[in-house]
Design a protein around this ligand. Structure first.
Ligand SMILES: Cc1cc2nc3c(=O)[nH]c(=O)nc-3n(C[C@H](O)[C@H](O)[C@H](O)COP(=O)(O)O)c2cc1C
Length: 581
């Protein structure tokens, strides 16, 4: 019998229960001491953890002394302040509300260490992966955490430390690393959900996103049909039934009762109504924190001489975004938004740095005048990559997504896409991009004409259209926009590249436009055509033609103000203000 060793139901349930109900606890600690026998049981559970080569690299320092805890708390406070100083506006405000340690609120602290040398050079399994020593100590922490929950003891893990600094403060011998610093005590209660989820800082990912059948990317739980991620996102938009008419009606009604003349907020009233329709509640949650995702890629059509800029500028600007030196960084800092760069197809290899998501489909597309820019599989992979970036950024706590792009020659690809989806003539849809002379402009229009003649694209087949002309950033942005809509999170569109991508997204799922807000109108003529077809009103019209996400970021405070007004402004009845006769 396959299950002859299975625990009886009640015991099995208890195991799953302790796993589900273990929490990282930071608040509600009681001062009662923890009896020594309870601590001994919890430590014995920790000590039974699996370890590489049975090396048991852990030790547990049990700390109750107040002066020592104060010293450790001071270290954590310093790192907390440093972390807070680096956060964009809305994130910093949210972080300010979070409790990240309870070093002094708990009667016992336990430092879990790792001796990475224990057992000598022949420790089985550690020879190729020295980090397995640390993993082993982490497993001891997991055991301790679960046993503590079963004992009714709250435990909180604090990692706001420099490891060597903490080791020194604890007086540890130099060969020991510190793996975890835990705060333990009895509590007033255990929260049903992670505190960071309740606080809106981050969300849980569903288990179906995390399980892959045979190959990474083939998502699906055992025994269930594999998930087609793109179809899944589109189905998510359909299931959301966007926009929610009742929420929109409630928002309109509230706008009319707010202490201001009816309609006096102009376009912003409609923005607030659309936000409510997207969220399905009135008022909608504030669209913050916000994150701009700059999708970067190179284009084979650059070889046709459609841009005066060398292709290397794509990679160079990516480096500039990551170093914080571009206009998008300045605007993001001003608006309090985070900047993330996604490499979906930059021709050069990029070094890993914080803030860069490596999602390269290929090092640049092919020249669409000579053949398809990419394969259908690549277009699909880029769409999925974009949708997953949206999902991950929302899981990380963002409530507003902003599109950004970088890719020398990407206005040419955008013009072609816009021609296909709007039926416009290449001469109407093609613009001067970064600034080109008459001869280059004529060549650019001719390139778009030749591409259209060659591929005879079918606008009813958006994946095929993206494959024919798109940049990887267009396909990924289309996925990003779809991903935002499926999660009912607003996405602010930047200029022509986002406009072209949004047309592809709308061809895949027409209701996606309910999540889209046109940040601005660029001077690229194709952009106005795209916005018209999408039925979106640009919020800002400042003659911008930079890309990167700059125009969308300028609109971010407008959209946030619209949401805040609907949420915060008093109504005539609540404020006791007389209405117009
Ligand atoms: C390696 C590690 C380090 C952590 N560091 C901190 C920390 O410094 N401060 C904090 O408040 N929580 C910290 N946590 C707790 C996580 O935020 C928490 O586990 C997560 O939000 C999930 O919540 P749950 O443990 O209640 O399920 C840490 C967790 C782990 C696994």
């Amino acid at each position: 019998m396959a299950d002859e060793h299975r625990y009886p139901d009640e015991q099995r349930e208890a195991v799953y229960r302790v796993i589900a109900e273990r929490r990282d606890v930071r608040q509600g600690f009681r001062p009662d001491p923890v009896p020594a026998d309870v601590l001994r049981r919890v430590l014995a559970a920790a000590h039974q953890a699996p370890s590489v080569g049975l090396s048991q690299p852990w030790d547990f320092i049990v700390i109750t002394d107040r002066a020592r805890r104060e010293q450790v708390a001071a270290l954590a406070r310093r790192h907390r302040d440093e972390f807070a100083a680096g956060l964009p506006g809305a994130r910093a405000r949210a972080f300010d509300q979070l409790k990240i340690e309870s070093i002094l609120d708990t009667p016992v602290n336990i430092a879990v260490t790792c001796d990475r040398t224990r057992g000598g050079r022949h420790t089985l399994g550690r020879h190729v992966q020295p980090q397995t020593a640390d993993f082993s100590s982490v497993l001891a922490v997991a055991n301790l955490w679960l046993a503590a929950r079963a004992e009714g003891l709250g435990a909180g893990w604090v990692s706001f430390f420099d490891e060597r600094e903490l080791a020194t403060a604890l007086g540890l011998p130099g060969h020991l690393g510190v793996i975890a610093y835990l705060c333990l005590g009895y509590v007033t209660g255990f929260a049903p959900e992670p505190e960071l989820a309740t606080a809106g800082w981050a969300r849980r990912r569903p288990v179906s996103w995390a399980v892959h059948a045979e190959e990474f990317g083939r998502r699906g739980l055992p025994g269930e049909e594999p998930v087609d991620p793109l179809a899944d996102v589109i189905a998510g938009i359909d299931a959301a039934a966007l926009p929610d008419e009742a929420a929109m009606a409630a928002a309109r009604e509230r706008q009319d009762r707010m202490t201001k003349p009816r309609g006096s907020l102009g376009v912003l009233e409609e923005v607030s109504v659309r936000l409510a329709g997207l969220a399905g509640t009135c008022p909608a949650p504030l669209p913050e924190p916000a994150c701009v995702a700059i999708f970067a890629a190179d284009h084979g059509v650059h070889a046709q001489g459609v841009s005066p800029w060398p292709q290397e500028v794509t990679a160079q600007m990516v480096a500039n975004f990551l170093a914080g030196g571009a206009v998008v960084n300045a605007f993001a800092a001003q608006a309090g938004a985070e900047v993330t760069v996604v490499d979906v197809g930059v021709a050069a290899a990029l070094d890993p740095v914080p803030g860069l998501l490596p999602r390269k489909i290929a090092p640049g597309t092919a020249d669409f005048t000579a053949g398809p820019a990419m394969t259908r599989d690549q277009a699909t992979a880029a769409l999925i990559a974009g949708a997953e970036v949206a999902r991950d950024l929302v899981a990380a706590g963002n409530r507003c997504l902003v599109t950004g792009d970088m890719g020398i020659a990407n206005t040419t690809a955008s013009a072609a896409l816009i021609c296909v989806f709007t039926g416009a003539d290449p001469a109407e849809a093609t613009g001067r991009g970064t600034g080109i002379d008459a001869a280059t402009y004529a060549r650019k229009v001719d390139v778009v004409c030749r591409g259209l003649a060659r591929h005879r694209p079918d606008p009813a087949d958006p994946v095929g259209v993206l494959a024919a002309f798109g940049g990887f950033e267009h396909a990924a942005l289309a996925g990003f926009i779809l991903g935002a809509a499926a999660l009912r999170v607003p996405v602010i569109l930047d200029g022509i590249i986002a406009g072209a991508a949004a047309l592809a997204a709308a061809a895949l799922a027409p209701d996606v436009t309910a999540a889209c807000f046109a940040g601005h109108r660029s001077v690229e003529p194709g952009h106005a055509l795209a916005l018209h077809q999408l039925g979106l009103t640009p919020l800002v019209d400042l003659g911008l033609r930079l890309g990167e996400g700059t125009g969308a970021l300028l609109a971010l405070p407008l959209i946030q103000s619209a949401a805040r007004a609907l949420r915060d402004v008093a109504t005539f009845d609540s404020a006791g203000v007389a209405e117009k006769q």
